[in-house]
Design a protein around this ligand. Structure first.
Ligand SMILES: [Zn+2]
Ligand SMILES: [Zn+2]
Length: 332
């Protein structure tokens, strides 16, 4: 029997994800996680769903009451909390824009959507919900790129399997993962996006809300493309004009179209590095690079519709002609 109030009332730590909170609750109360879930929620499917995303009311309500946690604090452990801030509408199935996909297969993960910072795990002992955002690829506390797999055997991270904070495939301690280098401009860009969620100034892109900014970001990620020659020329132009990393031009080439949510963390980081450059001095760097790549609005939107009016306006205003006149204040 599980008591109404647990002996150890494990409350969510700042920024903790629901899956982390749930697994830690079982761990700190000395109960095997699967047994704990079975005793509390019986046959309810929990780990063959993306728990952080669904924010199932029954799970949240019971976990909150067993640990004397307020409903608001409990809800903040879920992706649903970011509806209207990062994405417009919560999707029960399919890809959720700007949220990483776990590639759930039965109770395991085939995708690399669960990331972690080994030093944060060492210091705080839990997984942050923000590590599920597609645009978060660097730890801003420790200035290291996030890991998205076991550092020893490369298995995807399954919080709910194996020992706490260890790889379920080889039992390596995730806290021992060595540091990963990052692109400094991708990090600065990421910090702007994080600040936007918290209601701070929206950087130098005209946006009245964080949602509008994230729509511009989404459209830019589509423009970066992956497989087509002109999109590659666009990435080459970014490297030449805005000092990007040339060895990253082709590394994201194999994707038929860019969907950051399903990419591994390194490729998302590379996309962030490219976007950081085209969104700096907006829209002039973007226009210069797009012109160099011979983009026209017709080419760019040949198989997708922009979601951001700002992005659409810039493309339709400046890329309708082969050689648009750049303004005098354009800076390289
Ligand atoms: Zn960290
Ligand atoms: Zn491993």
């Amino acid at each position: 029997m599980i008591p109404d109030l647990l002996p150890v009332r494990t409350r969510p730590k700042p920024g903790e994800s629901l899956s982390s909170w749930l697994a830690r609750t079982a761990f700190e109360n000395g109960i095997y996680l699967q047994t704990f879930c079975h005793l509390v929620w019986h046959r309810k499917p929990i780990w063959n769903r993306d728990t952080d995303r669904t924010g199932d009311h029954e799970i949240l309500h019971r976990l909150a009451s067993m640990t004397a946690t307020s409903p608001q604090k409990a809800l903040a452990t879920t992706i649903r909390h970011y509806e209207g801030l990062v994405f417009r509408q919560y999707n029960a199935s399919g890809t959720q824009r700007h949220i990483t996909s776990l590639g759930i297969y039965h109770r395991t993960h085939k995708g690399y959507g669960q990331t972690y910072c080994p030093l944060c795990l060492k210091q705080n002992g839990y997984f942050k919900l923000s590590w599920r955002f597609a645009f978060i690829t660097v730890c801003t506390t420790h200035n290291q790129r996030l890991w998205d797999r076991c550092w020893r055997c490369a298995a995807p991270v399954c919080i709910h399997r194996g020992r706490w904070l260890r790889c379920d495939a080889c039992d390596a301690d995730l806290r021992d993962a060595p540091p990963l280098r990052h692109d400094s401009r991708a990090l600065i860009f990421q910090k702007h996006l994080q600040a936007a969620i918290e209601g701070q100034r929206f950087w130098n892109v005209p946006a009245r809300s964080s949602l509008e900014l994230f729509d511009v970001v989404y459209d830019c990620s589509r423009a970066l493309g992956t497989r087509y020659p002109k999109n590659k020329a666009f990435r080459e132009a970014i490297c030449e004009i805005a000092e990007g990393r040339k060895n990253w031009i082709s590394s994201i080439q194999s994707f038929p179209y860019p969907q950051m949510e399903t990419m591994e963390c390194l490729h998302r980081h590379q996309m962030m590095a490219f976007m950081a450059r085209i969104l700096t001095n907006w829209p002039w760097t973007f226009i210069a690079c797009a012109t160099r790549a011979d983009f026209t609005s017709g080419y760019l939107f040949r198989d997708w519709k922009p979601t951001s009016p700002e992005f659409e306006h810039v493309v339709n205003t400046f890329l309708s002609y082969k050689s648009p006149q750049l303004p005098d204040n354009f800076k390289h």
